[in-house]
Design a protein around this ligand. Structure first.
Ligand SMILES: C[S@@+](CC[C@H](N)C(=O)[O-])C[C@H]1O[C@@H](n2cnc3c(N)ncnc32)[C@H](O)[C@@H]1O
Length: 219
C-alpha cells in the first residue's frame, strides 16, 4: 500500500517535490553542498543528470544550466516551472559532444541503476566534461540510525533497488574522475554519500563501448 502510494506520488512531479521537500527539510543540506562544491562561476556550463522536476536548476544561472531526465513528465514540469534548458534523455547515452560541460551534478540517480549502468553513466560524464571539469555525486546510503524509523521505512518501499554503502558508490567511479572530497551526511530523514570529483585532463577517458584497459585502472 505504502509502496503503491510512493509510486503514485513519484508520477506526479509537483507532489513528488513537495513530499521530498518535507522529508528533507526543504533540501537545506543538499543545497548547501551543491553551492559549496559547484560554486557558480561566470561562463561555466552545468549538466544536471537525472534532474527530475528541475528543483535544483534555481541554484545556477539559467543560461548555463542544462537538465536531462528519462521521465517525460518531469521534463515537461521542469520546462514549465523553471528557467534553463531541459531535455528527455537516458543518462546512459548522453547525447552531448565530448568536453562540452564544465560541471556535472548527479543527485539520486545511481541508486536506481545496477553497477554496469551506473558505470556507463559515470564514464559518459567523464566524456562530456572538460579537462579539470567538476562533478558532484550525491546518493542515498542505507539509513544509519536505528531510531530513524521513517528513514528505514522509506528505503524499504522506495523504488531505488541499488542503494549502496559509500564504498559501493566509490567503487563505481572511473579512474579519470579523481576524488577531491567525500563524506556522509544527513538531509532531513535521509542519509547520503557525497563525492566531489574532478576530471583528470591528462588521463585517457574510458569510452562506454571500448574494453576496459589496465592503463586507466579499470574496476
Ligand atoms: C530520486 S529522483 C532524483 C531527481 C532529481 N535529481 C532531484 O533530486 O530532484 C531520480 C531521477 O532519476 C531519473 N532516472 C532514472 N533512470 C534514469 C536514466 N536512465 N536516465 C535519466 N534519468 C533517469 C528518474 O526519472 C528520476 O527523475
Amino acid at each position: 500500500m505504502l509502496r503503491f502510494t510512493i509510486e503514485k506520488l513519484s508520477n506526479h512531479p509537483g507532489l513528488f517535490l513537495f513530499c521530498r521537500a518535507i522529508l528533507e527539510g526543504n533540501f537545506k543540506a543538499i543545497r548547501q553542498i551543491i553551492r559549496d562544491r559547484l560554486p557558480v562561476e561566470p561562463g561555466r556550463r552545468i549538466l544536471d543528470v537525472a534532474c527530475g522536476p528541475g528543483a535544483f536548476s534555481v541554484l545556477f544561472p539559467p543560461e548555463s544550466y542544462c537538465g536531462v531526465d528519462i521521465n517525460q513528465r518531469y521534463i515537461s514540469y521542469a520546462s514549465r516551472h523553471y528557467r534553463g534548458s531541459f531535455s528527455v534523455m537516458d543518462a546512459r547515452k548522453l547525447e552531448f559532444d565530448d568536453a562540452s560541460f564544465d560541471d556535472a551534478l548527479i543527485f539520486g540517480l545511481l541508486h536506481h541503476l545496477n553497477d554496469e549502468d551506473a558505470k556507463t553513466v559515470l564514464q559518459g560524464l567523464s566524456r562530456i566534461l572538460k579537462p579539470d571539469g567538476r562533478a558532484l555525486v550525491i546518493e542515498d546510503i542505507p539509513t544509519e540510525s536505528k531510531l530513524n524509523l521513517i528513514g528505514h521505512l522509506i528505503h524499504k518501499v522506495e523504488n531505488g533497488h541499488f542503494i549502496r554503502s559509500a564504498d559501493g558508490y566509490r567503487h563505481l567511479l572511473p579512474a579519470e574522475l579523481h576524488l577531491q572530497r567525500e563524506h556522509v551526511f544527513r538531509s532531513g530523514i535521509c542519509d547520503y554519500y557525497m563525492a566531489s570529483l574532478i576530471l583528470d585532463g591528462s588521463a585517457p577517458v574510458q569510452r562506454p563501448d571500448s574494453p576496459r584497459t589496465n592503463e586507466i585502472g579499470g574496476q
